[in-house]
Design a protein around this ligand. Structure first.
Ligand SMILES: [Zn+2]
Length: 484
């Protein structure tokens, strides 16, 4: 969506050579914004009004790595955080993994104090890379060039703005990928729908539409936030208990169990109900989108010019209709075959959206899982720094073990660490089905009802998490006492 308005009114008498959105644009107007600028100042461009200074940040380019498609009314913070998850969460996860193993090795060989607090290095690197990866990679590779309408179209100059909007297809057709920051409002806006239409017309380009529902971002942040706090709570509690007791191996099981119970208690009765309460609202909003797409008709999408009867609210001047221009362009793209059978081009496009896109959106927001790749990066990432403890411990056992004994011990150490990430991943996967169950169980819309269901879901989730974690933990405690 290029702007929250219409084609500028001063151009109503301008004779546009072709009454369609052009795929040609003057080179100086074909402008992109480096990703590090799009994410600068904690998403400043997404949250604030643009100025002529903003336009100066964009630069002429021939191609775009991504076209950032969004509706202007949805939360700027969520769009910013969604882009961090898309572009930075993978790098944050792998950097954290490498640093945590390195910290473990340095601890094992005495280059760092062999103390639990050193896991903070892993946590630090995760968050540092998550927020700043777009800048950290700049010395090694050119920043990705993105199209962001607020900055790459001269919003302060009516003539330049008109030209850029009339050449919007040039931005879209020169973009490698369409990154859709999806909200329940997105498919109700005609300009957003037009951007999708540009990529839907070609089967190859259709594969390059990347959908990121903003509410999935909220759920991912909620789930990963809960697991971060649980992991920190569990390990801090364990540390405190350890300090007050002897460090005999036999007692570790008791301390870990007490730590687990205390942190689980805090987790269950403080964090989870809040997460489920907020999550139910998000989930409810997400359920609207599959329904919208199953009944999608491009004619139902709205644009501002039609809603204000094509009159400038300040000057009263007549405004040209965006819909006419966009329909004319879509007629060129979806107007029928070479034999001249034009057909109903609007219905052709609407059917394509209902058949090809609805299923993808339904899988993302109406299915039973959150995007797996991002779940691993965001949720499992919370357990990775603790790998340092296990690597350091393994190195300390090297002089006493060899051959199969060493292999078996290392395998057991790895599984011991792996309990937390596996439990977090499985419980995160059950999050969406539980939220849907919660929505079904509501007997009214009161806060009291929502809190009651949130506590019920907390109970179910706690039982499920315990069933995964407890058997492995007890098994390890038994093996510990018989180990070398
Ligand atoms: Zn109109």
């Amino acid at each position: 969506m290029p702007c929250p308005g219409t084609l500028p009114s001063q151009h109503e008498d301008r004779s546009v050579s072709k009454n369609t959105v052009s795929s040609q644009l003057e080179p100086d107007l074909l402008r992109g914004l480096p990703l590090h600028e799009a994410l600068s100042a904690w998403g400043h461009h997404w949250r604030n009004d643009v100025t002529p200074m903003s336009y100066a940040l964009s630069r002429p380019t021939n191609t775009f790595d991504g076209f950032l498609s969004h509706d202007w009314a949805s939360s700027g913070w969520l769009k910013f955080l969604s882009l961090l998850i898309i572009f930075n969460s993978g790098a944050a996860f792998w950097s954290c993994l490498v640093v945590s193993v390195l910290v473990g090795i340095l601890r094992g060989y005495g280059c760092l104090p062999d103390e639990h607090w050193t896991v903070a290095f892993g946590h630090f690197i995760y968050f540092f890379v998550f927020f700043f990866w777009q800048r950290l990679q700049m010395p090694c590779r050119q920043s990705r060039m993105m199209f962001l309408d607020k900055v790459c179209v001269a919003q302060h100059d009516d003539e330049l703005k008109h030209k850029a909007i009339m050449g919007l297809a040039a931005f879209l057709l020169n973009s490698q990928e369409l990154i859709v920051l999806l909200s329940s409002r997105y498919f109700t806006r005609l300009w957003c729908v037009f951007e999708i239409a540009t990529f839907m017309k070609d089967p190859e380009r259709r594969k390059r539409i990347r959908l990121m529902p903003l509410k999935s971002t909220v759920l991912l942040l909620l789930v990963s936030g809960c697991w971060y706090l649980l992991n920190i709570g569990f390990n801090t509690t364990k540390l405190v208990f350890w300090d007050y007791n002897s460090s005999e191996t036999e007692s570790s099981f008791v301390f870990e169990t007490v730590a687990a119970i205390v942190s689980m208690f805090i987790f269950c009765f403080v964090l989870l109900p809040v997460a489920f309460y907020v999550g139910m609202e998000m989930s409810e909003d997400m359920e609207v989108m599959p329904q919208q797409l199953r009944n999608f008709r491009v004619q139902d999408a709205k644009c501002l010019c039609c809603s204000i009867d094509h009159r400038d609210p300040i000057t009263g001047a007549r405004l040209p209709c965006d819909r006419e221009v966009l329909y004319a362009t879509m007629k060129e793209w979806y107007g029928g075959d070479a034999a001249g059978d034009e057909g109903d081009y609007l219905e052709t496009f609407s059917t394509l959206v209902r058949e090809k896109l609805a299923a993808r959106v339904e899988f993302l927001v109406g299915g039973f899982t959150l995007p797996m790749k991002y779940l691993v990066y965001m949720v499992v990432g919370s357990s990775v720094p603790y790998l340092a403890d296990h690597v350091a411990l393994a190195i300390s056992w090297f002089p006493y073990l060899s051959g199969f004994d060493l292999f078996a011990w290392m395998l057991r150490d790895l599984v011991d660490w792996g309990m937390a990430p596996v439990t977090s991943l499985l419980t995160a996967q059950t999050c969406l089905p539980l939220l849907k169950l919660g929505l079904q169980l509501r007997w009214n819309d009161s806060k009291c009802c929502r809190w009651s269901i949130a506590f019920l879901l907390t109970f179910v989730m706690s039982i499920f998490g315990s069933l995964i974690w407890a058997p492995t933990h007890v098994t390890f405690a038994t093996i510990d006492s018989a180990s070398p």
